[in-house]
Design a protein around this ligand. Structure first.
Ligand SMILES: Cc1ncc(COP(=O)(O)O)c(C=O)c1O
Length: 460
């Protein structure tokens, strides 16, 4: 796999070092230590503006709610909210955080395939803009809670459109009948849901929703999803409901990284062979996506003689992935004659991102410029072969002290990082040449705070 040019991420080389937004990445690493994540506020704003701009041509209202779980760092979320995005939340903590960050309740979409009673109660009490229900029993539970609190609730129904985008592995698919999400359209569950909703006067059916995967480059999959949702909208109207919104979920990929295909994933996990090339897709992917959705909604509504629906989108990855980089320090390099080279860094899949195991990201040498020289398998520090960055990456010959930049580290990296390898890394926000620590590096005390058994023990 050859790495694309650093310019794809707005990076430049100065004296061999990689710079982002006027900041030297090696200097950041020296000052703050590694591993660390660095996010570019300007790139976050540009992505948000790109999508909002593409939707502006849509003749009805459209709303974009950022998928919190993609990057749950408060300082990053603040930039996105200031750029005009709402919040899509999937659990009680995310809902709490959105409220804490000052997001207006009507700008919050609450999802989640198996909400707890407490989460339903909190969403109803907050008066979220859309509470998307998944499964028939959840309608029962939301109706009961609305009754208990005496409130009207704007609800959505998550549907399973049975759409499988091309070029994905099964770990990132969510919209096929083989997945656990949404009402089964083929199994007649929409009819059953509408029948139940007809007896729930406090629930106002506002939207039909689907989310078919993550890291999607196949825009036709979004067209098919819109079409299935519009069929369902027509069915709901025929049954006397008037849902005004199509919620098309998230799922768009990002230009310079991608999911492994199923075959690539099997080959890679089984043999360690990486796909040969990471070919960057079009840079205007977000704008094209916005256009495709708008066109699909307009033409689909016309064909079915439906009023044009409002659009709700819940993107995560496409807004943040290529606005953040993960810096890893190389601690040791080993070579086994006849076998290969290994580099041990301070972060692998088990401490900085599970995503290394199913997605292909570019990895650049950040502290000096050198030509690729053979292949190196890059690991983290956890003594487990699963603590991988990547096997067999074409890289320059590495030495202890080198710095690697893992690109497209803004989506699902901070949120899947674990403490298996120790305290988790900090997140630095680069904004106009200034650097702000928006999440500090975890300390031992942070990890120990929940250990009740340590209460009363004298510190060493
Ligand atoms: C319901 C829902 N909406 C939105 C998203 C965001 O997806 P993505 O980051 O691929 O845009 C997800 C991610 O899994 C999701 O489950």
């Amino acid at each position: 796999m050859r790495s694309p040019s650093p310019a794809l991420w707005g990076l430049e080389r100065r004296g061999g070092e990689l710079w982002l937004d006027g900041v030297s990445l090696p200097a950041l690493a020296r000052e703050h230590g590694t591993p660390l994540y660095a996010a570019s506020a300007n790139r976050l704003r540009a992505r948000a503006a790109g999508l909002l701009g593409a939707l502006r041509a849509y003749p009805r209202r459209s709303r974009v709610a950022f998928s919190y779980k993609t990057n749950l760092v408060a300082g990053v979320l603040q930039v996105l909210h200031a750029a005009g995005l709402g919040a899509e939340v999937v659990n009680g903590y995310e809902l709490w955080l959105a409220r804490r960050l000052g997001v207006a309740p009507e700008d919050i979409v609450m999802n989640g395939p198996a909400k707890t009673e407490a989460e339903i109660a909190a969403a109803v009490e907050a008066g979220v803009g859309l509470l998307v229900m998944d499964g028939l029993p959840e309608i029962e539970r939301v109706a009961a809670e609305a009754e208990r609190q005496g409130r009207r609730v704007r609800v959505g129904l998550r549907l399973c459109p049975d759409v499988v985008p091309r070029g994905m592995n099964s770990s990132s698919l969510t919209g096929s009948r083989r997945n656990q999400f949404g009402l089964d359209l083929q199994g007649g569950e929409l009819g059953a849901a509408l029948a139940r909703l007809a007896r729930a006067p406090r629930l106002e059916l506002t939207a039909l929703q689907a989310h078919v995967g993550s890291g999607i480059h196949d825009l036709a999959a979004f067209r098919r999803t819109a079409s299935r949702l519009l069929d369902a909208l027509a069915e709901a109207r025929a049954r006397g409901f008037s849902p005004s919104c199509l919620d098309l979920g998230g799922g768009l990929g990002t230009p310079a990284s991608r999911e492994f295909t199923t075959l690539e994933l099997l080959t890679y996990l089984g043999t360690g062979r990486l796909p040969r090339r990471l070919t960057p897709g079009p840079q205007d992917l977000l704008a094209r996506y916005g256009q495709v959705l708008a066109e699909a909604a307009v033409s689909g509504a016309l064909q079915r003689d439906l009023p044009l629906p409002e659009l709700v989108l819940e993107p995560g990855r496409a807004l943040v992935s290529d606005a953040q980089v993960l810096l890893l320090g190389v601690g040791a390099v080993r070579e086994r004659p006849g076998v290969g080279r290994f580099a041990l860094t301070d972060g692998g899949a088990m401490s900085t991102s599970l995503m290394f195991l199913s997605e292909l990201h570019a990895v650049l040498l950040a502290n000096r410029e050198a030509a690729p020289d053979g292949r190196t398998s890059v690991f983290g520090r956890v003594p487990s072969p699963m603590d991988l960055v990547y096997r067999n990456l074409p890289l320059p010959r590495l030495a202890p002290g080198d710095l690697l930049a893992v690109m497209d580290a803004g989506a699902y990296f901070t949120s899947t990082a674990s403490n298996f390898g120790g305290p988790r890394p900090p997140v630095l926000l680069l904004d106009g040449g200034q650097t702000r620590v928006v999440r500090r590096r975890e300390r031992f005390e942070d990890l120990a705070r929940v250990e009740e058994a340590l209460e009363g023990l004298e510190p060493p």
